[in-house]
Design a protein around this ligand. Structure first.
Ligand code: HEC
Length: 136
């Protein structure tokens, strides 16, 4: 009984913490990570989405419109899409670490600032995908 009540208290606390997510604008990745991500992007994604991430007539760009498009949920949603649906010709073939590097590179290309902590697949859940920096 006591254990159950403690578990419930923990759930309430955890729920509260989930609402106070940090933002992608708070420094969600490192520069070194984005550099690795650039290499991985060029190897696995640029063939379709282009070397400047602008896409083509049939393939969506990964700069600009993705910001409002993915805004309003956690970074995990964006991360999971890439991890499970991309690269289109062999979905889910990249490691979680490589996907994290690529997400970092995409954020950087969209002018989202870097920070001092590397992005991880698990960590992306606690980070809110905001289209713009929050007003302080
Ligand atoms: C073989 C071509 C191809 C490759 C390689 C590829 N993509 Fe895609 N990608 C597409 C196409 C086509 C779509 C649109 C899919 C759809 O609408 O269902 C897409 C959609 C996306 C989207 C969603 C964009 C939006 O506006 O919703 C993201 C994000 C994305 N790709 C990231 C990546 C990343 C990261 C890689 C490399 C790991 C990658 N893609 C590799 C063809 C490709």
């Amino acid at each position: 009984m006591r254990t159950k009540m403690m578990a419930m208290a923990f759930l309430v606390l955890a729920g509260g913490a989930a609402q106070a997510r940090s933002s992608i604008w708070d420094g969600a990745y490192t520069d070194a990570q984005a550099d690795r991500g650039r290499t991985a992007y060029m190897q696995n994604c640029s063939r379709c989405h282009g070397a400047t991430l602008m896409g083509t007539f049939e393939i969506p760009p990964l700069v600009g419109r993705i910001m409002p498009y993915y805004a309003g949920s956690s970074l995990e949603t964006f991360f999971d899409y890439i991890a499970t649906a991309m690269p289109l010709d062999r979905p889910g073939s990249l490691s979680p670490a490589t996907n994290a590097d690529i997400v970092a590179y995409i954020l950087k290309t969209n002018d989202v600032p870097s920070g001092s902590k590397e992005l991880t697949a698990a960590g992306s859940k606690a980070i809110q995908f905001d289209a713009k920096p929050r007003k302080k």
